[in-house]
Every structure is written in structure tokens, then in C-alpha cells.
Write a protein that binds this ligand. Structure first.
Ligand code: GLN
Length: 535
């Protein structure tokens, strides 16, 4: 019988509910269970696609083209089960559905209300993923903090799950904070209050994951247990790890989290095998050499804006037995400098990530130029590839005004422009080129050697493309068009000639990198950076 685990958060936001839910998923998967992950975001946006990275960090894209919260990226990095549109639920989607049904007369004249119509819609959405044959456990992370007005319908739906399915099928895991005050004393009161806030809406947590700086001592776990009615061994210490977030499944498993879950839910399964996670952590810890990667982007102040790229770089480091140090370079600052060389001092490689809008573009072009001329490994992703093409147009084709119509609609030489079918698109949400599609790789190119395949499938999220008008000219002047779409109509990847590692890709390989199976492009990039560093 399919089981449901709801993960809620208390006390404050940013406690790492996504990583906690993913870690739980990883351990259960290592016990041979088929796990599905769902993220509920109680905001009214239909999806994360229209949000600025400053609001919620990066927009994560799934194979089927859903633009989702970055927690889905954590799910994919920790758990191997498939993710798509149905794994990301928002208030916007639920209300859109309910209102549409109301307009179609599907409620047969009834007054449409939060309970039962909205909560029923939420339950149906969760069951669509969970009630599939073969699925053992569905973990549903409810975004926000208990006590937020906007998450109430979702918590109520979770409570009803317990009413409908009972204790053998439903479990509540609550993540809280146990802060320390001066003198290093742990304080349990916020956790007590937050468990009470859940109880007030009819949810008794079964397991508490207590975030704290140091591991919680036994007596403290007993004290929290006494005040919250959670068994002492189910009060798990989610202490800060000093290594990498990939150690968290191990710290949870050491405290028997998975044992408690399978016991409470009555699941019969094998013991966990966390060897791959031990290996990831050991390699990370034992790596001595440091490789410094400059990330030249515009949303650099907020770490979460390029979350998947940063993680993929770390994975590439693990595969090469090195530690990757991320050097965040603000492209807008670069743009204002006469001499950009100091920004790239002691840097082993440069990565230009994706982005939208004109701010900071000239700084990226200058950085790309610097990398090309000085033969520094350079990896352009999406916007990054477009920048590499524009720079080539300016420096090698000699078009000083070369640009993208996204930034300079009137420029004479638009090397990057909108596709015909995008020109009249007015709606913003879900209208870009999104999700997985196939790319043909040209033989005898660096990228073909890296993938060792003729055909690959990667995820996209962009509106603009390299202009076919300039394709021939770019190629005649040496730029290698190394990948194209199946019908050969669009450029998917490029390479610099006479350069150790200058690759631009229109797709987002970072979305598919996992610590256990790092993406080949990131492995190869870091390896090139190590070589460059030796010089
Ligand atoms: N702004 C560019 C486009 O829409 C690049 C998008 C991206 O980097 N994700 O094509």
C-alpha cells in the first residue's frame, strides 16, 4: 500500500526542508523503496517560471518542461525517481483548477469552498503521484512555515490524509530549529511552540528533525520528546555538517531515521545501503587540491540563483578528486572596470551561467573575450553560450555592434534573435523553449568526445537562438558548431577553435548532474581547469 510522508517546517524559513526531505528520500530509496517527491509551494504564482531569481533562487526545469522551485533540484540530486509537472504543486495551480471546474458547472450548483473543494483538489493532486502501482512512498514537502496563512489549506489537506488513510499510511515529519544562545546553551522552546502550532490544526508530528549547530545531547532529545509527544528516538538531531550537504542522509541514517519510518509505516524492506553516499562524502573530504572557478553572472549575490550550476561544479570536482572553490564575479562590476584582469587572477576556469535582461551583459562579453584570448577554460551555459557567440561576432567577424535582440533590438548585427514562432508570444508563463529535447553532436568535436555519443537529450529554458543568418559566417571564421537540433535548424552547442576548452551549450546540463553520477561536461570542464592550473 502506498504510504505518504508529509514534511513541514516550523520556527523560521530557510532551515533546509528541501535537503531534509531529499535526504529522507535518499535513505528510503537505498532500502529498495520506490520513492516519489512532491513540493508544495503555497504562493499564488502558477509556477516558478515568472519569478526573478532574487525571489526564490533558480528556476529548476524538469524533463517535461515544468518550471519549478529549486527544491526539485535537490530532489533530483538525492533521489533518482522521475520528476515532472505533477511533482510541483502551487496554490495558483489548485485555484486555477477549482475555478475552471466551477465555471464548467462541475460542482453542480454547490457553494465552492476551501473545505472541501480546495482541499479535495490538493488531495487528488497528491494521490495522482502517490496512488500509482509500484510507488512505495510519496514524500510531500509543504513549503513555508507552520503558522503562515497561505499554507493552511495544504496542512488541512495533510490532516485529512491521516483521517482518510490512517497511521499505517501517513506520517508527519516536522523540521524545527533548536537555537543556541550565549554560552552555547540549546533552547527547545521554539520547537515546543512549533509542534504546538501543528497540533492546533490537528497534526501530531511523528518525527522531529531538529536543526542545531551541534548534535543534540540525549537529555535534550528527551526533553523535546516530553513536551511534544514525539518518541525520544524520533527526535532526530539535524545538526550542521562541516563537510557537504551530501553527508546529511548519513547523519539521519546513523540516528535510525529510516528504521523509525519503516517501523511506523509497517514497511517490509531491506536494510539501507548508503555506500555511494559514503563514497561521495569521503572523496569530497579527502580531496586536497583546490580548483578556483570564476562564475561571471548577474545574480551573483544570491547563492541560490545558480544553485544547480554550483552543485554540478562541486560534483565535477568530486569526480576529479579536487575541491572546487566558487569565485563569484559580478558581471555588472566587471562591466564598469577598465581592467578586468584582476577579477580573473588565480582563476582556473570561467563559467558564464544563464540569465535574462540586459544588465551586466557587457561585463560577460569582456570576461568571455579575456578567457578566449588567454586560453582559460570557459563554459557558457544558455545565455553564456549566446554571449560567446556575440563576443566571437564582435572580435573575429568584426561586427562591433554584434548583439542579441534581447538586449539591443535595433542592432544591425543580431547574432542571437527570437525564433519566428516566439515573436508574437505575449504570455510570460511557460512559453519559452522548455524541457528535454534532442541534440545531434558533430563527430570530431570536443563535446562529442566528452559525451561519446552522437545524440544527447538535455533540458532547455530560453527564448532566443543563434541566428541562422550568421551561422555560415561564424563557421567560416572558425567557430565550431558542434551540436544542432535534430532537424538541424537550431544551434545547440559551440566550441572555440585553437582553445583548450571553450564550450558553449544552449541547454542546461547542470540540471542533470548528481553527486553520485556527475555530469560529463562538468567532469571534463573541471579536468581542463586542473590542466590549466598546472600551467
Ligand atoms: N535570455 C536568454 C534567452 O531567453 C537566455 C536564457 C537562459 O540563460 N536561461 O534565450
Amino acid at each position: 500500500m502506498n504510504k505518504y510522508i508529509f514534511v513541514t517546517g516550523g520556527v523560521c524559513s530557510s532551515l533546509g526542508k528541501g535537503v531534509a526531505a531529499s535526504s529522507l528520500g535518499a535513505i528510503l530509496e537505498s532500502r529498495g523503496l520506490s520513492v516519489r517527491m512532491i513540493k508544495i509551494d503555497p504562493y499564488i504564482n502558477v509556477d516558478a517560471g515568472t519569478m526573478s531569481p532574487y525571489q526564490h533562487g533558480e528556476v529548476f526545469v524538469t524533463d517535461d518542461g515544468a518550471e519549478t522551485d529549486l527544491d526539485l533540484g535537490n530532489y533530483e540530486r538525492f533521489v533518482s525517481s522521475p520528476l515532472g509537472k505533477e511533482n510541483s504543486i502551487t496554490t495558483g495551480q489548485i485555484y486555477r483548477e477549482v475555478i475552471q471546474k466551477e465555471r464548467e458547472g462541475k460542482y453542480l450548483g454547490k457553494t465552492v469552498q476551501v473545505i472541501p473543494h480546495v482541499t479535495d483538489e490538493i488531495k487528488q493532486r497528491i494521490c495522482k503521484t502517490g496512488e500509482v502501482p509500484g510507488v512505495d512512498v510519496t514524500i510531500i514537502e509543504i513549503g513555508g512555515t507552520v503558522g503562515d496563512i497561505e499554507s493552511i489549506p495544504f496542512l488541512e489537506a495533510a490532516r485529512q490524509f491521516m483521517h482518510d488513510f490512517g497511521k499505517k499510511r501517513v506520517l508527519f515529519v516536522h523540521l524545527t530549529l533548536v537555537p543556541t544562545v550565549s554560552g552555547g546553551e540549546f533552547k527547545t522552546k521554539p520547537t515546543q511552540h512549533s509542534a504546538k502550532a501543528l497540533l492546533e490544526i490537528g497534526i501530531q508530528p511523528d518525527i522531529l528533525l531538529c536543526r542545531s549547530e551541534e548534535p543534540l545531547r540525549e537529555e535534550l532529545r528527551h526533553k523535546i520528546s516530553l513536551f511534544t509527544n514525539v518518541e525520544p528516538e524520533a527526535v532526530i538531531s539535524a545538526y550542521n555538517v562541516s563537510t557537504t550537504i551530501y553527508e546529511i542522509p548519513l547523519t539521519f541514517a546513523e540516528q535510525g531515521l529510516d528504521e523509525i519510518v519503516v517501523r511506523k509505516l509497517g514497511i517490509d524492506c531491506k536494510k539501507s545501503d548508503l555506500r555511494p553516499w559514503h563514497e561521495v562524502v569521503n572523496t569530497y573530504v579527502n580531496a586536497k587540491k583546490i580548483i578556483r572557478i570564476g562564475i561571471l553572472g548577474k545574480y551573483i549575490e544570491l547563492h541560490d540563483s545558480y544553485k544547480s550550476i554550483f552543485e554540478a561544479l562541486l560534483h565535477g570536482g568530486i569526480a576529479n578528486n579536487v575541491k572546487v572553490e566558487l569565485v563569484k564575479i559580478d558581471s555588472e562590476q566587471c562591466e564598469q572596470s577598465d581592467d578586468i584582469a584582476p577579477y580573473f587572477k588565480d582563476i582556473d576556469g570561467i563559467l558564464i551561467p544563464g540569465g535574462f535582461g540586459q544588465r551586466g551583459i557587457e561585463g560577460m562579453i569582456a570576461g568571455v573575450s579575456y578567457a578566449r584570448i588567454n586560453k582559460i577554460p570557459c563554459f557558457g551555459i544558455c545565455l553564456g553560450m549566446q554571449i560567446m557567440v556575440i563576443e566571437y561576432g564582435r572580435s573575429i567577424l568584426g561586427y562591433s555592434d554584434a548583439n542579441s535582440t534581447e538586449f539591443a533590438p535595433q542592432a544591425e548585427h543580431s547574432l542571437v534573435c527570437l525564433l519566428e514562432e516566439q515573436i508574437d508570444v505575449k504570455a510570460y508563463g511557460g512559453t519559452m523553449r522548455l524541457g528535454k529535447s534532442d541534440t545531434l553532436l558533430r563527430k570530431n568535436t570536443l563535446i562529442h568526445k566528452i559525451y561519446n555519443k552522437d545524440k544527447i537529450a538535455e533540458r532547455h529554458r530560453h527564448r532566443y537562438e543563434v541566428s541562422n543568418v550568421y551561422k555560415k559566417e561564424l563557421m567560416n571564421k572558425g567557430l565550431i558548431i558542434s551540436g544542432v537540433t535534430f532537424d538541424e535548424s537550431l544551434v545547440e552547442s559551440i566550441e572555440w577553435p585553437d582553445h583548450p576548452w571553450g564550450i558553449g551549450v544552449q541547454f542546461h546540463p547542470e540540471f542533470k548532474s548528481r553527486p553520485i553520477s556527475p555530469h560529463v561536461l562538468f567532469i571534463s570542464f573541471i579536468s581542463a581547469c586542473i590542466e590549466y592550473g598546472k600551467k
